[in-house]
Design a protein around this ligand. Structure first.
Ligand code: FE2
Ligand code: FE2
Length: 178
């Protein structure tokens, strides 16, 4: 009995951590695009991706409230960090902005993929799994759009994407618990 309770509680914590980090990630993504759009104001491609990120964010915002999960305490950092990342990459040029998308989406693709694995056999969270699968596909689409828009021609593509990926992974790690 006690063991069951503990297992159930840790399972719930695991789900709460997942939703917390996803909300943080989608918030960060939205801030990156806001930063990029502050520079590349009328860029239809970026606008379209930003709109999708906003939808992702809204879903996780609602889920936090519905389930009474506290958001990450690091929001102010992701807000500023995401915005700065968006602005600086867009200021370099459009290709650098696209390279930023490639880097972030590669990490998010892996992140959602690992959540899909964890939720695969969880009958209580089928809806969550469905959402994550849908969002993951859209993130992959964003990456492919960015590649089509010459992300790889950005100056120092490898170094830049490596740096952004490292930052993104760190942000994900921290947002799970904090
Ligand atoms: Fe997203
Ligand atoms: Fe995305």
């Amino acid at each position: 009995m006690t063991k069951n309770l503990i297992t159930k509680k840790s399972k719930n914590n695991l789900i709460a951590d997942m939703i917390r980090v996803n909300q943080a990630g989608e918030f960060g993504a939205q801030r990156i695009y806001e930063g990029q759009l502050a520079i590349l104001k009328n860029d239809k491609t970026i606008q379209k991706m930003a709109q999708q990120e906003l939808k992702h964010l809204e879903v996780f915002n609602k889920m936090l409230v519905d389930r009474g999960i506290r958001p990450t305490a690091l929001s102010p950092f992701w807000s500023l960090g995401g915005y700065i990342l968006g602005i600086t990459t867009a200021m370099i040029d459009r290709k650098a902005a696209m390279a930023c998308t490639v880097a972030v989406e590669e990490v998010i693709d892996e992140h959602y993929k690992s959540q899909q694995k964890k939720l695969k056999n969880n009958n209580q969270e089928k809806e969550l799994l469905q959402l994550i699968s849908k969002f993951r596909n859209e993130e992959i689409e964003h990456k492919n759009i960015a590649l089509k828009h010459n992300a790889e021609d950005a100056k120092g593509f490898k170094v830049m994407t490596h740096g952004i990926k490292t930052i993104t992974k760190l942000a994900i790690f921290l947002s799970k618990k904090i």
